[in-house]
Design a protein around this ligand. Structure first.
Ligand SMILES: Nc1ncnc2c1ncn2[C@@H]1O[C@H](COP(=O)(O)OP(=O)(O)OP(=O)(O)O)[C@@H](O)[C@H]1O
Length: 591
């Protein structure tokens, strides 16, 4: 499995070698292609660069942006203006300036994305594309009406030379995307596409993730537009219409252009489909219909060319591998978690000095949803180094409490302080950065990342590479190079816990962390949790329904019922409390 994965995940050195080889191939192509294909080739390269940008904002960050060619137009407009204004430097300097101007526009257009999602965001970006379309029609590109052509760089003056120049720019853009995708920005884009709450709870700003995705995408489109201005010399608004932006978006979806090779394929389709139609005597405008149909097919099947090709490759490789290597990754059968002594693992809950200073202090916490009082005047105190269980029947208010503590429910009453500092009024990101982390009941682990990239992203520098490897080993998680989409749900929960522990927070709130694991795995997991405070300096508040796990792990318990704390204290006294037994009557066997 790992061998097959590696095929699609080149490391930095292999990528740079591949980039050099691509430049050489580009040079060769620019000399051997027939003259007609040279011009088309440059058009395809321009489209590839714009598709790379769409791959960032749509493919990685999961936002609908239907104005990519408007950003390209801004790049082209700036280059045309710099040319007519006689700014020195020539196209090689003007290209990044065009990209930067488009990136600024991308930041502005990205602002609505902070509040809007899905179709609403699509409408806003489409509105921007239409407005840009009308504006360009009115003002035209600088120098076009007076016939002032954008000059190409002297070393790449002819069409063949310019194709080679375009390929060099494409390779540089692809390298930029590759390294951005590997950076914390790239992880944040993939995380925000899967779960904004999961991103914020890791202390990573959703705002920054969305805006950087828009800016990077627009920068690439701007570079594409600037390159086009050198290709055609005189730029016209007809190259950047709204319908073309829509078609390019569809092509990005169809090809899966967040994958660099698929952006290249998409660029080839961009010129190939209209050319084929022309060859058969059909109007090239029908190309939009073809792209539309491909888009419908892609959206209804939820797949794209890139993923289909990779799945096909994957299946082919699997057939050649021994059966054991082809299983989906799960907690490994052999030694998932050490020290497992069987279902009745010994009770070893950490004993904490009840007089020590509270790490978390909650006073009078109340949350209401309309007529429902989800939490009523909750008082809670946790000491450093402790593992506390938070129990209660379904609907008791446990998740609401975790949401309120971690900042996802700002509309609450009462005070919360961590290590003496008040948390009320702080966002989830700020609380996370102060050392309060949480996991979720639902899967918030982005499948598009690898295990290692996910741990690096969530830990935010809290652990170095060898510590990350050690933590993965500690919890019996898959190796860092394994793609999370290939990992089963139960193991993803373990990885989520491991990643948050790698951040070394002061307090980690675990919302049913062992859901998806078998009973034996629950107990084994508990044995590892027990060692967390001492080994990583992180205290735990664990919501859990499995009483064996609670007994094995939590020295202290807090029980909620109908939003009120009905018991709290050491494990034994709470579990034998008649009020707790009554609350659980019919739900759990408490003895
Ligand atoms: N967004 C919401 N809007 C309205 N009511 C809500 C909302 N979230 C929770 N509630 C209500 O608040 C109460 C507490 O819910 P909560 O999810 O915190 O319980 P829980 O103890 O975590 O339950 P479970 O064990 O089933 O996850 C329930 O009555 C629930 O219906």
């Amino acid at each position: 499995m790992l061998r097959a994965n590696v095929l699609f995940r080149a490391g930095p050195r292999r990528t740079i070698l591949f980039a050099v080889a691509s430049v050489l191939l580009g040079w060769l192509l620019s000399y051997v292609l027939p003259g007609y294909l040279v011009f088309l080739g440059t058009t395809a390269v321009v489209a590839m660069i714009s598709l790379l940008g769409l791959g960032v904002v749509t493919g990685s960050a999961g936002m609908m942006a239907l104005c990519q060619l408007s950003f390209a137009a801004i790049g082209a407009w700036v280059v045309s203006w710099l040319n007519t204004a006689g700014v020195p430097g020539g196209l090689i300097l003007w290209l990044p300036l065009g990209g930067l101007a488009a990136a600024v526009a991308g930041l502005v257009v990205g602002l609505p994305a902070l509040r809007l999602r899905g179709v609403n965001l699509a409408v806003v970006t489409l509105g921007f594309a239409a407005a840009a379309d009308l504006t360009l029609g009115k003002i035209q590109f600088p120098g076009t009406l007076s016939g002032v052509q954008v000059p190409r760089p002297a070393a790449f003056y002819g069409d063949r030379g310019y194709l080679f120049f375009s390929i060099i720019v494409l390779v540089l853009c692809a390298l930029l995307v590759f390294f951005l995708q590997k950076s914390s920005w790239g992880s944040a884009w993939k995380s925000v596409a899967f779960s904004e709450r999961g991103t914020a709870s890791a202390g990573s700003s959703v705002t920054v993730a969305k805006l950087t995705a828009f800016a990077a995408s627009a920068f690439l489109a701007g570079i594409g537009g600037a390159l086009l201005s050198g290709q055609v010399g005189l730029v016209y608004p007809t190259s950047f219409t709204t319908i073309q932006s829509l078609a390019l978006y569809v092509l990005a979806i169809v090809s899966g252009s967040y994958l660099i090779d698929m952006a290249v394929l998409g660029g080839i389709l961009w010129v190939l489909v209209p050319e084929l139609l022309k060859k058969f005597g059909i109007s090239q405008d029908w190309g939009f219909v073809v792209f539309g149909l491909l888009g419908i097919q892609s959206l209804t099947t939820g797949s794209n060319l890139g993923e289909d090709l990779r799945s096909w490759w994957w299946r082919r490789k699997q057939r050649k591998l021994p059966a054991k290597l082809t299983d989906k990754v799960s907690v490994p059968e052999s030694s998932p978690i050490p020290n497992l002594t069987g279902p009745s693992a010994p009770v070893m809950a950490v004993v904490v000095d009840p007089d020590s200073k509270p790490l978390l202090s909650v006073q009078g916490l109340s949350v209401t949803f309309g007529q429902v009082s989800a939490l009523k005047d909750v008082q809670l105190s946790l000491t450093a180094g402790s593992i506390t269980g938070l129990m209660g029947p379904n609907g008791a208010g446990k998740s609401t409490l975790v949401d309120a503590l971690s900042g996802f429910l700002p509309q609450h009453e009462g005070s919360i302080s961590l290590d003496g500092s008040p948390l009320v009024g702080l966002s989830p990101v700020q609380r996370s950065r102060r050392g309060l982390r949480r996991t979720f009941q639902q899967d918030r682990v982005p499948p598009t990342l690898t295990v290692g990239a996910y741990l690096r992203f969530i830990s935010r520098g809290g652990s170095n590479e060898s510590e990350i490897a050690e933590i993965l080993d500690f919890f019996g998680c898959p190796a860092p190079g394994v793609q999370l989409s290939r990992v089963d749900v139960g193991t993803r929960r373990l990885i989520e816990v491991a990643a948050n522990i790698a951040a070394k927070p002061k307090l980690l709130l675990l919302d049913e962390p062992a859901a998806g694991l078998s009973h034996e795995e629950h107990l084994a997991f508990g044995q590892q949790l027990l060692r967390v405070p001492e080994r990583f300096g992180t205290s735990l508040l664990v919501i859990e329904h499995d009483l064996d796990l609670v007994r094995a792990v939590c020295s202290r318990l807090v029980v909620l019922n109908f939003g009120e704390v009905i018991a709290s204290g050491d494990q034994e006294s709470v579990l034998s409390d008649p009020a707790v037994m009554a609350a659980y009557m019919g739900e759990l066997e408490t003895t």
